[in-house]
Design a protein around this ligand. Structure first.
Ligand code: ATP
Ligand code: MG
Length: 560
């Protein structure tokens, strides 16, 4: 079955680039382009963030601009320094370097001053009602909300109360600061949104200094302004927040950053919410944030994906204005394309079946040249060895072959890759009726590259030489979920985990050239797929992770 071909038009501008080019043409901000990537350090980055990173850094690269890394750390409960470090590592691994590294928490004092200035302008007030009471007065999109009884507090009283909120004089939830906008606005976000709440959690950077924290809407745009970000790219759910983003900037009279929304990346057969990914980690459904089945950047790195493949994927996904779901086979396609060019070929047998070549002299060994990567004309060669006993895949032998079967069968012939044609003369059966070994004859004049045998065979199979094969553990990964959209199923997303997402083969046989393979080294194992050396691998216990199979077989097997 031919692999799906994914088309991309790299010539035309996406809608964000159109906006940026218009701004450059009109001379806005003197043609300057400055973007930011604003992760909340409450988890590891995933492929959705990779899309956002490629977009933000990509825009800056294209228009000679700059990109800041800003940790959006305004929520002390969930944020940790471990995440800050992993985020930086992942961005650099993807191939990007930021202009400045900032933390929204660096701006707490400045943002506090912004709030004070809105209070002084009569545009913000302290509300003593509980979150529930405030929510119950919000109204609905068609009915206006109800104004709070605290809305008309004097400026002096508001200043005093806000200062005391900051001092920690009131308990969590006792008071909030709200913007005084319009309780009848058709946009619910403009119905006197909360600007600050009281929280006593310890912040990962500011510790106990702050007892009040700004809400996302009163921190994000303000941080953008402080950094003079020209184009603040975010996902679609913030579109309805944009009038509020603009309102704060206008009332404060600060740098007019511009928010632009695009559709977040959704991938089938996985989940991307950090909360749910954390749940998988905490409940040990996976081995950690870097489990090779996770959609995290660290997981994908361990699995053997390359930054180039992920960037190509992000490019092909493009930017959309409407929510959509991208087929994970597009990612796999990009990974195969990249690894095909990048990896050397090796032979590994996952499920070994011994073959004795009865006419090969005992004690003799010969070396045969094997191309490392046939994609290159001047591909280097390595030597593989051949002798009287070899291993082939159990799968490549069939006692009762169906019609058209072109691998090995009793009396049948097959070519061993890089070596000779063999014929199966005898099948040795165990007492339990399983196959113990095959006894074959080889044809010395059929040697690959100098075949004078005149024998025609259809099948070519891989093998390793039993005399020098080394043992290896091979981990075969598959999709983490068995359904396309685990998030919108009945019950918990955990009910839809794919029970076959990891299969461990502990006794594969590998050619000895793999002995010194180092963590993150990548190979194509002939006929099996692309593999990457696991971080826990050592030369005495080799571990390979399957990155991706050679072809997309999922649809064939699972979608009937
Ligand atoms: P989660 O809801 O899983 O916690 P988040 O969107 O809150 O994710 P942030 O750390 O706030 O995570 O995201 C940092 C940046 O990455 C934001 O600009 C956000 O819009 C962007 N981003 C997050 N997920 C995606 C996605 N699936 N596709 C594109 N961009 C994304
Ligand atoms: Mg967020």
């Amino acid at each position: 079955m031919p692999e799906k071909v994914f088309e991309i038009n790299k010539e035309s501008l996406n809608f964000i680039e159109q906006i940026v080019e218009e701004d450059i043409r009109s001379g806005k901000h003197a043609g300057r382009v400055h973007t930011r990537f604003p992760p909340e350090p409450n988890g590891y980055l995933h492929i959705g963030h990779a899309k956002s990173i490629c977009l933000n850094f990509g825009l800056a690269d294209k228009y000679n601009g700059k990109t800041n890394l800003r940790f959006d750390d305004t929520n002390p409960e969930t944020e940790e320094t471990e995440y800050v470090e992993s985020i930086k590592e992942d961005i650099r691994w993807l191939g990007f370097e930021w202009e400045h590294e900032f933390f929204a928490s660096d701006y707490f004092e400045q943002i506090y001053e912004f709030a004070v200035s809105l209070i002084k302008k009569g545009m913000a007030y302290v509300d003593d009602q509980s979150a529930e009471e405030i929510a119950s007065q919000k109204g609905t999109p068609t009915e206006p909300g109800k104004e709070s009884q605290y809305r008309s507090r004097s400026m002096e009283e508001n200043l005093n109360l806000f200062q005391r909120m900051r001092n920690g004089e009131f308990g969590e939830g006792a008071k909030v600061l709200r913007a005084k906008i319009d309780m009848a606005s058709p946009n619910m976000h403009l119905r006197d949104p909360i600007m600050y709440r009281i929280k006593f959690d310890k912040h990962h950077r500011t510790g106990d200094k702050w007892k009040i924290y700004p809400m996302y809407d009163f921190a994000h745009g303000q941080s953008d302004s402080i950094e003079e970000i020209t184009h603040s790219v975010c996902t679609l759910e913030f579109e309805v927040h944009r009038p509020l983003y603009d309102w704060y900037i206008k009332q404060l009279g600060i740098f007019p950053s511009r928010q632009i929304e695009f559709a977040r990346l959704n991938l089938n057969y996985t989940i991307m919410s950090k909360r749910k990914l954390l749940q998988l980690v905490n409940e040990k459904r996976v081995s950690g944030w870097d489990d090779p089945r996770m959609p995290t950047i660290t997981g994908m790195r361990r699995r053997g994906l390359t930054p180039e493949a992920i960037r190509e994927f992000a490019d092909r996904v493009g930017v959309a204005k409407r929510e959509n779901v991208i087929d994970v086979s597009l990612l796999e396609f990009c990974v195969r394309e990249d690894l095909n060019m990048r990896t050397e070929r090796r032979m590994v047998v996952l499920d070994p079946l011994k073959v004795v070549i009865t006419n090969y002299p005992e004690g003799q060994t010969e070396n045969l040249p094997a191309e490392n990567n046939p994609e290159y004309k001047d591909s280097h060669h390595r030597e593989i060895s051949f002798s009287r006993e070899i291993f082939i895949e159990r799968d490549d032998f069939e006692l009762n072959p169906p019609e058209g079967y072109n691998r090995l069968a009793p009396g049948g012939m097959v070519r061993l890759k890089h070596a000779f044609i063999i014929r199966c003369d005898e099948t040795v059966i165990n007492p339990d009726e399983s196959i113990k070994e095959l006894r074959c004859t080889y044809f010395p004049e059929s040697r690959s590259g100098q075949d004078k045998s005149g024998i025609k065979v259809k099948g070519v199979i891989h093998f390793v030489n039993a005399a020098d094969a080394i043992g290896a553990e091979v981990r075969l990964y598959d999709r983490l979920f068995k359904v396309e959209n685990p998030d919108s199923q009945e019950g918990s997303f955990l009910d839809y985990l794919n029970p076959d997402s990891l299969k461990v083969i502990s006794d594969a046989k590998a050619e000895p050239t793999l002995k010194n393979a180092k963590p993150l080294d990548k190979f194509q194992f002939l006929r099996l797929g692309y593999f990457c050396v696991d971080k826990d691998s050592t030369s005495s216990h080799l571990i390979f992770n399957r990155t991706v199979t050679l072809k997309d077989t999922w649809a064939k097997v699972h979608k009937k």
